[in-house]
Design a protein around this ligand. Structure first.
Ligand SMILES: [Zn+2]
Length: 85
């Protein structure tokens, strides 16, 4: 339940940040959003199933490629996909 509240708050902050006109204002909103996001992601992040949480995938004996499923982070977020328009 608390997670959901945080997530709503996060999404709201992002929305407000998108609408904010001042640069300082936007940045401070994004900082707030980021601190909330870090609280959420601790709880709802999962190891990437393509790279098993390493963030990269072996392509050959001495080659590795950044995993594009998780963009090198090694984990994916549940239900926190960024909306694009
Ligand atoms: Zn991955």
């Amino acid at each position: 339940m608390k997670q959901k509240v945080l997530k709503n708050k996060y999404e709201e902050l992002i929305k407000v940040a998108e609408l904010a006109t001042g640069r300082k204002e936007t940045i401070s909103l994004l900082h707030k959003a980021e601190s909330i996001r870090s609280k959420i992601t601790k709880k709802i992040r999962y190891n990437c199933n393509k790279c098993n949480g390493y963030g990269y995938r072996r392509t050959s004996i001495d080659g590795a490629k950044t995993c594009l499923n998780c963009f090198g982070k090694g984990y994916i977020l549940n239900n926190l996909t960024k909306k694009s328009d």
